[in-house]
Write a protein that binds this ligand. Structure first.
Ligand code: GTP
Ligand code: MG
Length: 170
């Protein structure tokens, strides 16, 4: 089954957009299989502003985890700012399931730069800048599985059959 990892970033949570964002995937007809609010521990968030902390501690584990999540981006000049942004407040972590969900979710989210995103998309309707683009979505089915594995523990995901299933697909 195809799965994608969707995350409401700290700006989306602070701006009260969580319900709207969840609602768009729900109404589309995808199946929610995981949902939690996650707050990066405060000392880790502060430590994220530092270039290097060599100790084997929780911070390093968390940073490695974020580097793994953003493994294609960790050499980019904006990477430290991205880590600071993502750890700046609570995020809402979600796993969504359904045939074609990865590409469809990317369409619902819209272009990385909210000013280029089409009206009707999440970023097109709700954001103005790449560095504050309110939501993350996996870019391939492989990354969907990989990211769900990074952000959720076993037992946090829920397998269920929505009552509307027979009305969504013939
Ligand atoms: P995600 O769904 O969040 O992965 O966005 P994306 O797939 O549309 O973009 P990409 O994976 O290339 O970049 C990940 C995130 O890094 C973006 O969503 C932005 O939050 C951030 N980012 C990307 N490019 C820039 C940039 O040039 N400047 C800043 N400040 N942030 C960037
Ligand atoms: Mg991406």
């Amino acid at each position: 089954v195809e799965e994608t990892y969707i995350m409401v970033k700290p700006d989306g949570v602070q701006r009260g957009l969580v319900g709207d964002i969840i609602s768009r995937f729900e109404k589309k007809g995808f199946k929610l299989t995981g949902l939690k609010l996650f707050q990066c521990p405060k000392d880790l968030a502060e430590a994220c502003c530092w270039e290097f902390i060599d100790d084997f501690n929780l911070f390093n584990i968390y940073l490695q985890w974020l580097q793994e999540h953003y493994k294609d981006l960790n050499s980019k000049p904006f990477f430290p700012k991205l880590i600071e942004y993502i750890t700046s407040g609570p995020v809402v972590c979600m796993a969504w399931e359904g045939a074609g969900v990865v590409a469809s979710a990317r369409k619902l989210i819209g272009s990385t730069d909210p000013l280029q995103a089409e009206p009707g998309t999440i970023r097109g309707d709700l954001a103005v800048q790449t560095g504050r683009n309110v939501v993350h979505g996996s870019d391939s089915p492989e990354n969907g599985k990989r990211e769900i594995g990074l952000w959720f523990k076993e037992g946090e995901l829920c397998q269920w059959t929505p009552a509307q299933a027979q009305w969504l697909r013939e």
